[in-house]
Design a protein around this ligand. Sequence first.
Ligand SMILES: Cc1cc2nc3c(=O)[nH]c(=O)nc-3n(C[C@H](O)[C@H](O)[C@H](O)COP(=O)(O)OP(=O)(O)OC[C@H]3O[C@@H](n4cnc5c(N)ncnc54)[C@H](O)[C@@H]3O)c2cc1C
Ligand SMILES: NC(=O)c1ccc[n+]([C@@H]2O[C@H](COP(=O)([O-])OP(=O)(O)OC[C@H]3O[C@@H](n4cnc5c(N)ncnc54)[C@H](OP(=O)(O)O)[C@@H]3O)[C@@H](O)[C@H]2O)c1
Length: 580
Amino acid sequence: MAPRCWRWWHWSTWRRTRPPLPGSTPSRSRAPVGPDGCAGRPASAKCGGFRQRFSTQEQPPQICVVGSGPAGFYTAQHLLKHHPQAHVDIYEKQLVPFGLVRFGVAPDHPEVKNVINTFTQTARSARCAFRGNVVVGRDVAVPELRAAYHAVVLSYGAEDHRALEIPGEELPGVFSARAFVGWYNGLPENRELAPDLSCDTAVILGQGNVALDVARILLTPPEHLEKTDITEAALGVLRQSRVKTVWIVGRRGPLQVAFTIKELREMIQLPGTRPILDPADFLGLQDRIKDVPRPRKRLTELLLRTATEKPGTEDAARQAPASRAWGLRFFRSPQQVLPSPDGRRAAGIRLAVTRLEGVGEAARAVPTGDTEDLPCGLVLSSVGYKSRPIDPSVPFDPKLGVIPNMEGRVVDVPGLYCSGWVKRGPTGVIATTMTDSFLTGQMLLQDLKAGLLPPGPRPGYAAIEALLSSRGLGPMGPACLFLGLGEAGCRGSVPGQGCWEAPGEAAGSSGDAGTAGALSLDPSLAGTEGMLCRGEGPGSASRTLSHSCVACPPWHGALAASFPGPSACFPLAKGHPRQR
Ligand SMILES: Cc1cc2nc3c(=O)[nH]c(=O)nc-3n(C[C@H](O)[C@H](O)[C@H](O)COP(=O)(O)OP(=O)(O)OC[C@H]3O[C@@H](n4cnc5c(N)ncnc54)[C@H](O)[C@@H]3O)c2cc1C
Ligand SMILES: NC(=O)c1ccc[n+]([C@@H]2O[C@H](COP(=O)([O-])OP(=O)(O)OC[C@H]3O[C@@H](n4cnc5c(N)ncnc54)[C@H](OP(=O)(O)O)[C@@H]3O)[C@@H](O)[C@H]2O)c1
């Protein structure tokens, strides 16, 4: 069925949205969000009323979510929970779901990854389908999705990084923290990063939680990392690492660091390392923290104690034999990456000494005119992630790096919504992303209820599947199989290039990883390049095998118990359109 044009429904009924005021946060919620995700009112009053209104005579709304990170899954969760007939298709460019929970959260923080259990529950809903391996904006355009669905939610995160925009940034030895994080987490596009860790000193620019993640991974003893699900390749490189000192550099002062207390405490307690903090940086701070908000106060007190007091017996015992160190350098802004004498790689960084103008969180760093050179062989720029525009039809604010929106409604594009980092910018933890995604879901349902979305049926995935296959593309199966979603998305892809098939599914079972027991590979793929992972048993949780695989999910651990045999990695067909 040919997708219909949006124009035939009533544009005039759409409430005009205003672009955010300059300098304002584009998508800040005004009403507090309740535990069910419905702002301002209890579930029974608002969402319950909504449920009653959408009777079975209504068309089941076909909703498309782009991106399967926390934003995509929490938006889907809200929609499915509060509309009894809504059907949600989640499109994801990777073979596997969960976005930064898979490819960002540090491997030594497994407890954070437990949210995948909630997401998997959502994915298991009969009204939800995961469509992995589809790059929206390349394989399928946003207007095509809008024509096929009643509403489209863009939750595609922030896949780029902010550039430093300083000379020397392109030198070998300089990496974005985003790429480094992707490398140690097995993100396919960063698999080949191969950072050279043969230097003595590394510098991380930026003082956020990503900077601390990266510093911790660089300094954690390999025997500790072995117990995590870090990739085998990264572990191998880290085992050979000669990095002894990591400087974490901020352009502002101790009162403006962006990391949080839990992550700082982990650094202080890191085995085999000791902190280097200059007490001079903390002079007079004790008096100034009296009036700051409590989380900032506690964080600064911990910094102060670490900088100025002798370590307690336990800390002293841990730090005495330490062969590695990390330090915080304040009031230093990156000015130039200094090349080695032969000009072939980074050998240091020139920092502009700064002072603060203003006070508290809002204080600005301004250069004093002095500079300082810090020798180092590795520079990791951790000054923030950045979203990219997805499609020319979707408005994008390049300055803020967000899709202009009002509480998740994309400005001036009826039926289009956004959630997560692409909605509010690349800050905030998973819980923040949950709250804002619930709010977007709520706005969408409100619009549906108000008759602002197109009436009549929409073809949903059927139309997109036809488009994809007319382009020689089709979703692959493994993620669906691991998620136990049954045959819906698991039919493989291009004829003649092989696909995954679950024996249990072929025999008519649900295709659930647990019941299928094993996944088999089309023999025509043997000996070709690329990687997919096969899970057959408890061994599928094995770090050794799993982490060179594109498709190996972090949820191996969670699902491992379902697999009754060993696991193995297999290649993806050479020349397969999905191979990158
Ligand atoms: C390194 C790092 C570590 C973090 N650690 C923690 C932590 O320990 N605890 C915590 O609470 N928070 C942590 N966070 C924050 C948390 O990860 C974010 O709040 C959250 O992931 C944002 O969710 P999102 O869905 O907006 O983006 P993402 O998680 O990035 O998800 C976006 C998804 O969209 C997909 N996508 C992108 N483009 C397309 C396209 N064109 N077509 C289809 N799909 C597409 C991506 O592949 C991805 O799966 C961390 C963040 C980073 C960067
Ligand atoms: N364990 C966790 O919970 C965890 C782990 C990782 C990430 N996260 C979350 O993910 C989000 C993103 O983290 P992030 O560390 O990427 O970002 P972030 O928290 O925004 O920190 C960015 C850092 O880069 C600095 N910076 C920005 N531009 C700069 C420039 N041009 N020159 C020098 N320094 C610059 C910032 O300093 P200024 O303040 O001076 O701008 C800040 O110190 C955060 O909300 C974070 O809490 C959480």
